[in-house]
Design a protein around this ligand. Structure first.
Ligand code: SF4
Length: 406
C-alpha cells in the first residue's frame, strides 16, 4: 500500500507549528501579497521563512499557495514575490492560473508546481495536459468519487495526485463562487472565501420585510446553503486503495486546536492502517475526537456518489463538544509546571485535557497560578498562567476544555 502524504493547513506560524507537532507530513500556507490582499489566513514572508525552517527541521515539507487567478496588473507582484518564496525554501508552489504556471516555469524552473483544486481537474486527459505544462502534482476536483480517482491514478501513474479527505465543502463547484465576494468583498476565486454559505439566511418578501418566510427545520433559521463537512476517516482503506500521493485537510482559517485534533487523529489512523493492513479497523475513539472540534455534521461528500449535491445541514449551526483552553509555552522541570497562554475563559476546577501527539492527559486545574505566583479563581483569554503537570510537554501542545451547556 502506498504511503500517502498527510497535508495540513497552516493559516499562520502557530498553526504551522501545531500541524508539525501533531503529525503532518506536509503543510500548505498562503503567502501575504500573493492573493493581493491582507487575508487572515496568510503568512508574512518572515513568518513563512521561520515556518519553513521549523518544518524542515522536523522533516515536514511546506507548500506555498498562490491559487488566485491573476490579472495583468498583478503579474509584476507575482514576478517579485514568488522567487522570494522559493528562495525562502518552499518545497512547492500551489497555483491554479495557467499564466502564472507559464511565468513560474521561466522564473523559477527548479520549483515543483502543484495545481490547485480550483483548476477543477476531473479526468486523465486533463492530468496529462497539466503534466505537459510542467506541473508535478494535481489536487483533483473534490467532485470526483473515489472510483474515478482510482482510474485516473492508474491511467497516469507518473503523476502525483492529491485529494481532500477532510474539511469544509462548497455548495458551488470547488470555490467557483461569488457569494463571499458579494457579501464580504473577499473572493473565493482568489482563495479568500469567508464561507458566507454557512451564515444564517432568511427569505423575505420585499413588500413585507418584517414578515420573513421561514424555510427552516429549526424554529428561526435555515442554513439552506450550508454543506456538512467532508470526513473520510471511516473510509481510509478505500482512500488509500486509489493510490493517491497526497491526502489534504481543508481549513487554513480554522483554529490551532482544530489543526491539532484533525492532524493527530488522521496521523494515528494512517499509521495504524499502514502497519495493520487488512486487520485495520477505524477506532471509535478517533471519530469521538472529531466530534470535539467545530463542524457542521460529517458527510462523505462525493466520495461514493456518481453525481450528487452536497448534503446540507439545515438544522445545524455548529457542533462542538470542546473548545481550546490554552497553548503550552514551556515546561518548567524544577517546579513541574506548564506555562500556559490561555485562549478561553478558564475557571479553577474546569474539566481540562492536554492533547499530546500520542495521548490525551487530564490536567489538574484546581490550582491556577498567575505569573506573579498568585492563586487565581478565573482567568481570561490572553492571560499567562501556570498549571501543575508531572512530565515534560512540548511547546505548542494544546489544552482543551469541555463545553458546559449554559
Ligand atoms: S461561499 Fe461557500 S460555496 Fe461559496 S466558495 Fe465559499 S465555501 Fe464555497
Amino acid at each position: 500500500m502506498r504511503r500517502p502524504e498527510l497535508l495540513l493547513p497552516a493559516g499562520n506560524l502557530e498553526k504551522l507549528r501545531t500541524a508539525v507537532l501533531y503529525g503532518a507530513d506536509a503543510v500548505y500556507a498562503g503567502v501575504a501579497g500573493l492573493s493581493l490582499r491582507a487575508a487572515s489566513a496568510e503568512m508574512s514572508p518572515d513568518d513563512l521563512a521561520a515556518g519553513i525552517a521549523h518544518a524542515h527541521a522536523a522533516g515536514v515539507r511546506v507548500y506555498a499557495a498562490s491559487n488566485t487567478f491573476a490579472r495583468d496588473g498583478d503579474l509584476e507582484t507575482f514576478r517579485r514575490i514568488l522567487p522570494e518564496v522559493v528562495a525562502a525554501g518552499a518545497d512547492a508552489l500551489i497555483v491554479s492560473d495557467p499564466g502564472l504556471i507559464r511565468l513560474l516555469r521561466k522564473l523559477v524552473p527548479q520549483i515543483p508546481l502543484h495545481l490547485s483544486t480550483q483548476a477543477n481537474t476531473t479526468n486523465a486527459e486533463a492530468v496529462r495536459f497539466w503534466r505537459d505544462q510542467g506541473v508535478e502534482r494535481i489536487i483533483l476536483a473534490r467532485e470526483l468519487n473515489l472510483a474515478d480517482v482510482e482510474k485516473i491514478v492508474a491511467a497516469v501513474p507518473d503523476m502525483e495526485l492529491e485529494i481532500f479527505i477532510h474539511g469544509a465543502m462548497c455548495m458551488a463547484y470547488s470555490g467557483r463562487c461569488y457569494l463571499s465576494a458579494w457579501r464580504n468583498r473577499r473572493s473565493a476565486n482568489a482563495g479568500d472565501c469567508t464561507q458566507p454559505c454557512r451564515w444564517e439566511y432568511l427569505l423575505r418578501e420585499s413588500t413585507r420585510p418584517d414578515d420573513p418566510l421561514i424555510l427552516a427545520e429549526d424554529e428561526r433559521y435555515s442554513y439552506f446553503l450550508s454543506s456538512k463537512d467532508l470526513c473520510l476517516l471511516p473510509h481510509l482503506p478505500d482512500v488509500l486503495k486509489t493510490g493517491v500521493a497526497g491526502l489534504k485537510v481543508e481549513g487554513r482559517m480554522k483554529s490551532s486546536y482544530y489543526t491539532a485534533v484533525v492532524a493527530r487523529v488522521y496521523r494515528q489512523a494512517l499509521d495504524a492502517l499502514l502497519s495493520e493492513g487488512t486487520g485495520y479497523v477505524c477506532r471509535a475513539e478517533w471519530m469521538d475526537e472529531l466530534q470535539k472540534v467545530s463542524h457542521r455534521g460529517y458527510t462523505t461528500g462525493f466520495a461514493f456518489a456518481q453525481e450528487k449535491i452536497n448534503e446540507t445541514s439545515p438544522g445545524i449551526k455548529n457542533i462542538q463538544t470542546h473548545e481550546p483552553a490554552g497553548v503550552v509555552l514551556e515546561y518548567d522541570p524544577e517546579s513541574r509546571q506548564l506555562r500556559i497562554d490561555v485562549r478561553n475563559l478558564l475557571r479553577a476546577g474546569d474539566d481540562v485535557e492536554l492533547l499530546l501527539p500520542r495521548e490525551v492527559a487530564p490536567v489538574d486545574t484546581g490550582h491556577l497560578t498567575g505569573e506573579q505566583g498568585k492563586a487565581l479563581q478565573r482567568v481570561h483569554a490572553g492571560s499567562r498562567i501556570f498549571l501543575p503537570f508531572d512530565r515534560p510537554v512540548p511547546p505548542g501542545a494544546l489544552l482543551r476544555k469541555k463545553i458546559t451547556p449554559q
